[in-house]
Design a protein around this ligand. Structure first.
Ligand SMILES: [Fe+2]
Length: 286
C-alpha cells in the first residue's frame, strides 16, 4: 500500500512538473561575427511554436522578443500543428503582434508543407491561414533568396522548403550533394547569407552550400536531453539526432539549431527547456 502511494505521488509530481516545465522558456543568445557585416544588428528566432502561447496572447514571449529589440524576426517553420486547426488562429495572433516589432520572415516546416496537399483535411483552412499571414505583412519565404536589410546591413536571406520525403519517420533520407545548388541560387561571396531550413539533419549541406548562418528547428531538442549526451529522440523518431541543439560550425559557417518553443503529439520536455533565440550579429575586421 505504501509503495502504491509513493508511486502515485511520483506520477503526480511528474505530471505537475511537466505541466510547469512546458509553460517555461528561456532566451538563448548567440553571437555571429562576419567581415561581411558593417554594423551590429540583432534577430529573434522563433522555431516550432506549434500554436503555443506563453501567457495570454503570448505576452511573455512577445515581451522577450521586444527586449531583444531585433531588426528582423526569423521563423524557420512549424508555427502551427497541421492537424490541430485551433493552432492556426493562435499563430496568427502571435504573428499580428510580431510584425509590429520588426519585419517577420517565415519559411515552412513540415507542418506547413504537408498542408499543401489538397487531400489533407485542413488544406483549405491552411490556404485561408496563409492568406491571412500574408495580409499581416509577414514575408513568406518558399525556396527562394531575397536581398533584405538587417539593420544597416544589406544581406541575403534564403528559405528552403524541403520535400516531405526528407521528413520520413525513423530514418534520415540522404540528400544529394547537388540538391542545394539545384534549388537555390549560389550565395554571393560579398554578402552575408542567412538560410532558414527547418530540418537540421542536413546541416552540413546547408553550410557547404555557403550559408554563413543557418537557422533550424524541428527536433524540439529531442524531447528528453541527457546531460553530457544530448537529445534522445527527434519528432521524426530518429534516435540520438546528430544535430539537435546549439551552434554547430562547419569551417567557420554556423548552423544554429533551436530546441523550439512548442511541442505536439508527445508533450514532454525533460532537461530540455523551450527556447527563443537571440542572435547578435557583429561586424568583424578582415
Ligand atoms: Fe518540424
Amino acid at each position: 500500500m505504501t509503495i502504491l502511494i509513493i508511486i502515485l505521488f511520483v506520477i503526480l509530481g511528474y505530471i505537475l512538473w511537466q505541466k510547469w516545465e512546458l509553460s517555461q522558456f528561456e532566451v538563448t543568445s548567440f553571437e555571429i561575427s562576419s567581415c561581411k557585416l558593417k554594423k551590429p544588428a540583432a534577430a529573434a528566432v522563433i522555431a516550432d511554436l506549434h500554436g503555443f502561447s506563453y501567457g495570454k496572447s503570448n505576452q511573455r514571449l512577445l515581451a522577450q522578443v521586444r527586449r531583444i529589440n531585433p531588426q528582423i524576426i526569423l521563423i524557420p517553420g512549424d508555427i502551427i500543428v497541421s492537424k490541430y486547426e485551433e493552432t492556426y488562429p493562435a499563430a496568427l495572433r502571435t504573428l499580428e503582434e510580431l510584425v509590429k516589432i520588426a519585419p517577420v520572415y517565415y519559411s515552412y516546416g513540415n507542418h506547413e508543407s504537408r498542408l499543401r496537399d489538397p487531400e489533407k483535411i485542413n488544406h483549405l483552412l491552411f490556404l485561408e491561414y496563409m492568406e491571412q499571414v500574408q495580409a499581416l505583412g509577414v514575408y513568406v519565404l518558399e525556396t527562394e533568396s531575397r536581398q533584405i536589410s538587417l539593420g544597416e546591413n544589406q544581406i541575403m536571406l534564403s528559405g528552403l522548403e524541403l520535400e516531405l520525403d526528407y521528413y520520413e519517420k525513423g530514418r534520415i533520407v540522404p540528400m544529394e550533394p547537388s540538391y542545394m545548388k539545384e534549388h537555390l541560387p549560389e550565395p554571393r561571396k560579398d554578402m552575408f547569407q542567412i538560410l532558414l531550413a527547418h530540418n537540421p539533419a542536413y546541416a552540413k549541406n546547408y553550410a557547404e552550400w555557403g550559408a554563413d548562418v543557418t537557422f533550424c528547428g524541428h527536433n524540439h531538442g529531442g524531447l528528453i536531453r541527457i546531460p553530457g549526451v544530448g537529445s534522445v529522440i527527434s519528432p521524426q523518431l530518429t534516435l540520438f539526432p546528430r544535430y539537435d541543439a546549439g551552434d554547430i560550425t562547419f569551417g567557420g559557417r554556423h548552423v544554429i539549431v533551436s530546441r523550439g518553443l512548442g511541442t505536439h503529439t508527445f508533450h514532454v520536455r525533460i532537461f530540455n527547456r523551450a527556447e527563443l533565440l537571440e542572435i547578435k550579429f557583429l561586424p568583424e575586421n578582415s
